[in-house]
Design a protein around this ligand. Structure first.
Ligand code: GDP
Ligand code: MG
Length: 731
């Protein structure tokens, strides 16, 4: 018997479903439950807002699922909101599944109302039904569905309950509804309705952007002062001017008579509509006790208390730092052994020469040094994910808002700072990306310009090395001071840019503090993995390339033959002396070291380092330090390994730094102030290349270049000051 293999071509998905909802509604949990591991994470074209896609097979139908960014609204306040809106308009998914937290219906329906206004076919997922039941809420789903004129499905994303019914309803509804959904028209009160009608008429007359949006919706957006729509509109000239004039009149009128903007009136009416729906016995509160709310209120009484809150916050963050380092040490040791084993094996298998040097010193050591930090990063992210999913991070932002505001930043700036290494050991790349949550472009810019000052995981080994060499008795205090100094510098520079180049008002901190929840393991693992993977990718690509480049710059051109022969001769003489074998070996080692030094100085990197000496000398940096610092611009991880090579110790990894730090400590060209100057410089100078690219993506190349130059100048200025004042006054 033979079995014939049947090949079937995969058909393109027949239905596209977009998942939307407020942050914390359980969107990601539901998406993961629906797609399992079969998802694809990328960015929206041209924008670095995460885009998740998954394909699911349902009885032969292929369905494409897209996880839209979590948003409270569809205005143009933040990039997430814009992305969500543009996706809906441009890519026209067949249907939107709006996920709402059943325990916070009023707030969450605000987004749903806006989908209706855009005329997008929708299914409502009433998520967190388990919580709702626990709180004694009974929701009349059928009636809600009638009143909203859209299917409503109850779900518990965490356990997957209701997910199948949800998808089936969505598919069915998508088939029926394609192209015959009429946008919901809400009354915004006699006055605004009149204006809206006038505007709608003008818009229809000129077919002004009506190929993309419903006419009344465009009018509404003009009234809401939607920057993006108005920007598009302006490209169409005259009509936009007309509309803008009407809006200006209306706004003035509203402000004069009601002392509120049309925008606020519109929001009020939307909530009014929601309330009038919910009042029709949609929600019945069974028990008077609201357990979860209760727990949250009780916890918050302590955790965000004016006095106790900040102390607990510092304790929690400090604890995180401690755990990361103490637990992380163990797997870091394993990885280290693994990489030294790989290096040893490669040394054994590849004959001595250039190729061996490239593979061992260039590739394995370079990438290994970076991969060694993966356990630390993973543990860190694991804990950050826990704090995020539990709802505590929102409180951190809330508490820090008071302080950050003084410096022209925002509560949301806290996360980017922390991720960048604000508690030591982060990475500025995801940190810069995390600035997306900031609504105001100016606050976002100020945050992303200063986040790279934080002591990221790649800078830490440099600090540890120098602290071990010169401040042995004050290790912990020094590391703590460095972190504190980074925050102070970030805040001061933020204040500086916010009062000069990016002046502007600060935006209010509006964010509901989500109720505390016990996070799911799956959720935490997925979040952690996504972040860790980003880091590993960086090690595998950029750092690999940089390691090879640096290796080449430090290897070529080799010493002229004549000099090589000279060293060889010295070695022969040493080997032929009549001293003990160990002493002979010592002599040979010394000669090898000297040869290494001479060769390095002769190489391209050595020449660059030497040529920078006249300037860098002001801060006490010699040519070897210069090589390391130039390499550090490519990736900060490179500084220590380059140092190692430059001090001719061959393969130095951060953990074997003992010997390297001893060597530096005994080098006469180094003292406490050189070390301090170097620490401050490494902390402040140009972000690494990957961060600069991330900054450019999040803002623009001119800002990224500005940061590179500004930070380097600032760092160098401070390093010079420290070195000069220190050596001249205290030595
Ligand atoms: P997103 O911000 O909308 O992506 O929300 P997440 O999927 O990250 O979920 C936020 C939190 O709610 C997580 O801690 C989830 O474990 C939790 N969660 C999600 N769905 C449910 C649910 O149906 N019931 C309960 N009790 N918790 C849920
Ligand atoms: Mg999410």
């Amino acid at each position: 018997m033979s079995t014939a293999v049947k090949w079937k071509l995969e058909e393109p998905p027949s239905t596209t479903i977009a998942l939307a909802g407020n942050p914390n509604s359980g969107k990601t949990t539901l998406f993961n439950a629906l797609t399992g591991a079969r998802q694809h994470v990328g960015n929206y074209p041209g924008i670095t807002v995460e885009r998740k896609e998954g394909i699911i097979n349902l009885k032969g139908t292929r369905v494409k699922l897209i996880d839209l960014p979590g948003t409270y609204s569809l205005s143009a306040y933040s990039q997430e909101e814009l992305v969500a809106r543009n996706f809906l308009v441009n890519e026209k998914p067949d249907i939107v599944v709006d996920i709402v937290d059943a325990t916070m219906l009023e707030r969450h329906l605000y987004l749903a109302i806006q989908f209706f206004e855009l005329g997008i076919p929708m299914v409502l997922a009433l998520n967190m039904m388990d919580d709702a039941k626990r709180q004694g809420l009974i929701i009349n789903t059928e009636k809600l569905s009638q009143l909203l004129n859209c299917p409503v499905v109850e779900t518990v994303a965490r356990s997957g309950q209701g997910k199948r019914e949800l998808i089936e309803t969505a598919i069915q509804h998508a088939k029926q509804d394609r192209n015959n959904q009429t946008p919901l028209e809400i009354s915004y009160g006699a006055e605004l309705d009149l204006v809206l009608d006038t505007m709608t008429e003008i818009i229809q007359q000129h077919q002004f952007m009506t190929d993309r949006y419903p006419a009344r919706w465009i009018a509404l957006k003009y009234l809401e002062d939607d920057a993006e729509i108005i920007r598009y509109g302006k490209l169409n000239g005259k009509v936009s001017e007309k509309l803008e004039a009407i809006v200006k009149n209306t706004k003035d009128h509203c402000l004069r008579t009601l002392k509120v903007s049309p925008e606020a009136i519109i929001a009020d009416y939307r909530y009014g509509l929601i309330n009038s729906i919910l009042k029709q016995n949609i929600i019945i509160q069974e028990k008077s006790r609201q357990e979860r709310i209760d727990v949250t209120t009780k916890l918050d009484a302590v955790l965000v208390n004016r006095f106790v809150g900040p102390i607990l916050m510092i304790a929690i963050l400090y604890g995180m730092f401690q755990i990361t380092f103490s637990v992380g040490e163990i797997p870091m040791g394993w990885l280290e052994n693994l990489f030294s084993w790989i290096a040893a094996t490669a040394t054994r298998l590849i004959p001595e020469g250039l190729l061996q040097s490239l593979v061992v010193s260039g590739i394995i050591d370079g990438v290994g040094g970076v991969m060694g930090f993966v356990p630390l990063i993973t543990i860190m992210f694991l804990m950050i994910s826990f704090l995020e999913d539990s709802g505590y991070m929102a409180r951190v932002a809330y508490m820090l808002d008071r302080v950050l505001r003084i410096f022209g930043l925002h509560g949301y700036s806290a996360m980017p700072f922390i991720i960048s290494g604000g508690i030591a050991g982060g990475c500025a790349v995801p940190g810069v990306m995390a600035t997306r949550t900031l609504r105001s472009p100016k606050e976002k810019l100020a945050t992303l310009l200063t986040a790279p000052f934080m002591p990221c995981g790649a800078k830490l080994p440099v600090f540890m090395l120098l602290v071990a060499a010169f401040f042995t008795e004050y290790k912990a205090q020094m590391m703590f001071s460095i972190t504190l100094f980074a925050w102070i510098m970030a805040l001061l520079v933020a204040k500086l840019v916010r009062s000069t180049v990016i002046k502007g008002k600060s935006t209010p901190f509006i964010m509901e503090l989500p109720p505390y929840r016990l996070p799911t393991l799956q959720g935490i693992f997925i979040h952690t993995w996504e972040r860790t993977w980003q880091y590993i990718k960086k090690a595998g690509t950029v750092i690999l390339a940089v390691s090879i480049l640096l290796w080449a710059a430090m290897t070529f051109p080799g010493l002229p033959e004549q000099q090589q022969n000279q060293f060889e001769k010295e070695r022969q003489i040493a080997l032929n002396t009549t001293t003990a074998a160990t002493e002979r070996q010592q002599m040979v080692n010394e000669i090898n070291n000297r040869e290494g030094q001479t060769a390095l100085r002769h190489s391209i990197a050595g020449r660059i380092g030497t040529s920078l000496e006249p300037v860098s000398g002001l801060a006490g940096f010699d040519w070897r330090t210069n090589i390391a610092l130039v390499g550090g611009f490519a990736a900060k991880e490179v500084i220590v390994s380059t140092f190692g090579t430059a001090y001719s110790l061959g393969d130095v990894d951060p953990e074997a730094a003992d010997t390297l730090s001893a060597r530096i400590a005994s080098d006469p060209s180094w003292n406490k102030f050189t070390a301090l100057a170097m620490i401050v410089f490494v902390l402040l100078y140009a972000p690494c290349v990957v961060t600069v690219i991330a900054m450019a993506k999040e803002s623009s190349w001119s800002w990224a270049i500005f940061a590179t130059v500004f930070n380097t100048v600032l760092g160098f200025g401070m390093a010079v000051a420290i070195y000069q004042i220190g050596t001249n006054l205290f030595m």
